[in-house]
Each structure stands twice: as C-alpha cells, then as structure tokens.
Design a protein around this ligand. Structure first.
Ligand SMILES: [Zn+2]
Length: 50
C-alpha cells in the first residue's frame, strides 16, 4: 500500500489524485499524488476518477 505523500504525513494513502505545483513563473503543473483520508480533503487536492 502507498503512503500519503503530503508533507510530514506517514499515514496509509486511501486515494490517488492530483495537485498543482507552481512551475517557476510558468503555468501550474499537475502532479499525481497519493493521499490519506485527512489530506484528500485539502482544497489543493483533486481526486482522480478512474
Ligand atoms: Zn496524509
């Protein structure tokens, strides 16, 4: 099982999704991440729908 990839979190991930990271003044870049139950609720996280 994957671990949550949010900073300072080591819980088991329950969801896969996307966050957008700033790319040096360029447009935001989507990055695939795994998130736990808590972190999938943060506003910068978008759940993937497979
Ligand atoms: Zn987490």
């Amino acid at each position: 099982m994957f671990k949550c990839q949010f900073r300072k979190c080591d819980k088991e991930a329950t969801t896969k999704g996307i966050v957008f990271v700033m790319d040096k003044g360029d447009k935001d870049k989507p990055v695939e991440v795994y998130a736990c139950d808590k972190h999938k609720k943060v506003t910068s996280f978008f759940e993937s729908i497979d």
